[in-house]
Design a protein around this ligand. Structure first.
Ligand SMILES: NC(=O)c1ccc[n+]([C@@H]2O[C@H](COP(=O)([O-])OP(=O)(O)OC[C@H]3O[C@@H](n4cnc5c(N)ncnc54)[C@H](OP(=O)(O)O)[C@@H]3O)[C@@H](O)[C@H]2O)c1
Length: 288
């Protein structure tokens, strides 16, 4: 009998399932995409059972689940509920709420092309957002020292605590960056800065960046001008600006898109994968 077609079941925590994620799924080769919105841990079990009780074990790798939506915490809770509902059967699952895993992995991968992340000294600005938190987690996993920046130091401390649950030996330091006076000490001695601030927010003016003589790599993920790191262009992808290798949002975004597709395609290679930040980063390392 011919091979079963691939089906990606898109479980979105927002009321309307993301068209972006659906288009990428099709471009990644999923032959069918079943999209559900407003999915919660309380409503997900029948959807998961529809995935596992319809195909024999040898075909289960051709059904997979994508968890998305704008709220990463809701996505994480949904993945936990999916795993519980799957037990003892398995289909593979990818979490990429808010594009956080694929974007963070692409940014950290860009940095790793230029720095040894085991010894790098990083500053993540806008580190409390979904993307920033994933960036902090991946950098911490690589072993270097990471300053976790927020306008509110207590929020940065909460991120440090959350990341330590995944990376207990993480070398993290919360820093409050609420005024221009806070910039130079936060940057002091850093070799890498990644800005993951909200769209349109300028987190690092050029005159403050210029105070840091150790900076080797600067990555800005804000795709809506003005840039989050002043002086970085949207399309920069490894461009040297005054001795610092720079990446802009679109410079990173191309890799993010490839990675998103690679992660969806990976789901159909086995029936027991759970792709979260670390697994997506591993895929990024495997990309050319
Ligand atoms: N390049 C790509 O492919 C790609 C893909 C996805 C997302 N993105 C971009 O990545 C960035 C991060 O996304 P996200 O969803 O994690 O961001 P977010 O949640 O909207 O914001 C991240 C953080 O920015 C800080 N912030 C908010 N307003 C600010 C302001 N006016 N001034 C200074 N800081 C402010 C906040 O931190 P504190 O309150 O703690 O200071 C917030 O937690 C966004 O710019 C997004 O557009 C890029």
């Amino acid at each position: 009998m011919s091979e079963k077609q691939t089906i990606l079941v898109q479980l979105d925590t927002d009321p309307l399932p993301s068209v972006f994620d659906r288009v990428v799924a099709v471009d990644a080769g999923a032959q069918h995409v079943f999209s559900y919105g407003g999915v919660t841990p309380e409503t997900v079990t029948p959807l998961v059972h529809g995935c596992i009780f319809t195909r024999g074990v040898k075909d289960l790798h051709r059904t997979a689940i994508f968890v998305g939506g704008s709220d990463v915490a809701a996505g994480e809770a949904l993945v936990a509920a999916v795993k519980a509902a799957l037990d003892p059967f398995r289909v593979s699952v990818l979490l990429d709420s808010n594009g956080a895993n694929t974007t963070a992995a692409a940014a950290v991968r860009a940095a790793a092309r230029h720095l040894d992340l085991g010894t790098a000294k990083s500053l993540v600005l806008g580190a409390t957002g979904p993307v920033g938190q994933r960036v902090v987690r991946l950098l911490a996993r690589c072993g270097g020292h990471v300053r976790v920046g927020s306008r509110h130091k207590d929020k940065a401390e909460a991120v440090c605590a959350a990341v330590r649950k995944f990376v207990p030996d993480a070398k993290l330091e919360a820093v409050g960056v609420s005024s221009s006076a806070d910039g130079p000490p936060a940057l002091d001695g850093r070799t890498l800065v990644i800005a993951a601030g909200a769209a349109k927010a300028v987190l690092l003016p050029k005159k403050i960046r210029d105070t840091c003589k150790t900076l080797k790599v600067a990555i800005d993920l804000n795709g809506v001008p003005p840039a989050g790191i002043e002086g970085i262009e949207l399309f920069d992808a490894g461009v040297d600006h005054g001795g610092t290798v720079c990446y802009g949002a679109i410079g990173v975004g191309g890799v993010k898109m490839k990675l998103h597709k690679a992660a969806v395609a990976k789901l159909f290679t086995a029936n027991n994968l759970v792709l979260d930040a670390e697994e997506v980063y591993q895929l990024a390392l495997e990309q050319k």
